[in-house]
Design a protein around this ligand. Structure first.
Ligand SMILES: NC(=O)c1ccc[n+]([C@@H]2O[C@H](COP(=O)([O-])OP(=O)(O)OC[C@H]3O[C@@H](n4cnc5c(N)ncnc54)[C@H](OP(=O)(O)O)[C@@H]3O)[C@@H](O)[C@H]2O)c1
Length: 345
């Protein structure tokens, strides 16, 4: 399919040097409290967010263009269609043991991350809750300053209300910032989504969304049967599976795309790190391949949640706010898309 490439240029007041624990800045949260974020303002910067739109009708392009949420590289957040601000970089907790999850969450919050991604099926929601509590107890963050995402597993879809409450209990929270359905399941995902809508009205969930909807028709099926537009779609997205068509499609709903497996997932990272295009760009910026991939995801308008149990990697992955990929580098990275997934689920 022919594509039309649009470059949306965001003029930023500041660029952020790093997310080291000693730096600080502030973000206005949806309830108008002030959230401290780790950031050092260093200089004026211009950052380009590249979005590829399908070449359909002109009006469709305009709708898509205007609807896709814009990333703010100053505050490191995006405003969701629910009105809440969400950090654009977070820590992922898939396949982490309880001990690893607790430590990774604690280290990430200490490094300045404010977004945490877990799921009922990961079996580590309680450990994630402990990592959050540790950081709160030590005065590193407050509850209002962080954004917690969890996912409802498919076997819970028949009783979504109980699933929401169970995740709240395991996390030790009285609200969840974002809950998403983990997979498309046409026989009962509408029912599960409606349970999440009810939880929004009760204040248990702030935003709701979807994961693993790869066909535009499937995404529309769910949207057309429910009331609240998904704030976010989380799909496998990385240099070899860039999801450009889906990103263009969901723009009309104001839905933002989040990237799982941003680095390819465990066992696949080296494949991406060794792609000739990536190390060349990394060398030019004095950065690692991981940092180039993550920065590229953000500039392409995708929230990234790299997973790690290694404190050095966790710190490295958030040091991506002190440089910018050029339009040419973005184009080079866009060109290595193979439309191939690593996972088969
Ligand atoms: N919705 C879904 O269906 C779904 C599915 C999968 C994942 N997810 C979410 O997405 C998150 C990210 O996916 P993922 O964790 O599976 O894969 P990933 O982030 O693409 O890759 C994780 C792998 O990268 C390594 N790594 C991380 N930072 C690195 C660095 N700077 N240098 C070298 N290696 C590095 C990690 O090893 P170390 O531990 O040694 O750092 C680990 O092996 C998950 O944690 C989860 O929250 C969602």
């Amino acid at each position: 399919m022919t594509k039309l490439k649009c470059i949306i240029t965001l003029v930023l007041c500041t660029a952020l040097a790093s997310c080291g624990a000693n730096d600080s800045g502030s973000v206005s949260t949806p309830d108008h409290t002030t959230a401290e974020v780790s950031a050092t303002a260093v200089t004026s910067a211009k950052t380009e967010v590249e979005v590829i739109f399908d070449e359909t009708t002109e009006s469709q392009q305009e709708t898509d263009n205007s609807g896709y949420p814009e990333f703010d590289f100053d505050t490191k957040t995006v405003t969701l269609n629910s009105g809440y601000e969400m950090p654009i970089l977070g820590i992922g907790c898939f396949s982490l043991s309880d001990e690893e999850a607790e430590n990774s969450v604690y280290w990430a919050l200490s490094d300045g991350y404010r977004l945490i991604d877990t799921a009922r099926i990961y079996g580590n929601e309680e450990a994630v809750g402990r990592g959050i509590q540790r950081a709160i107890d030590e005065g590193i963050v407050t509850r209002e300053e962080i954004f917690v995402t969890t996912k409802m597993w498919t076997s819970d879809y028949d009783d979504g209300e109980a699933a929401v409450q169970a995740s709240l209990d395991r996390l030790g929270l009285d609200y969840i910032d974002l809950m998403i359905l983990h997979h498309s399941q046409p026989e009962n995902d509408v029912q599960a989504y409606q349970a999440m809508e009810k939880a929004v009205s009760e204040g248990k969930l702030r935003s709701i969304g979807l994961s693993n909807y790869y066909e535009t028709e499937d995404f529309d099926r769910l949207v057309n049967a429910t009331s609240i537009k998904p704030a976010l779609l989380k799909n496998e997205t990385h240099p070899y599976h860039q999801s450009k068509e889906m990103q263009s499609h969901i723009a009309q709903y104001g839905t933002v795309l989040e990237s799982w497996f941003p680095l390819g997932g465990r066992g696949n990272t080296q494949t991406l790190f060794d792609d000739p295009t990536i190390p060349a760009i990394a060398e030019a910026h004095g950065k690692t391949s991981a940092q180039i991939i993550l920065r590229w995801r953000l500039q392409a308008g995708n929230i990234a949640i790299p997973g790690s149990s290694n404190p050095d990697h966790i710190q490295e992955n958030c040091e991506i706010f002190d440089f910018e990929l050029s339009a040419d580098e973005m184009t080079q990275l866009t060109a290595i898309d193979k439309n191939e997934r690593f996972a088969d689920y």
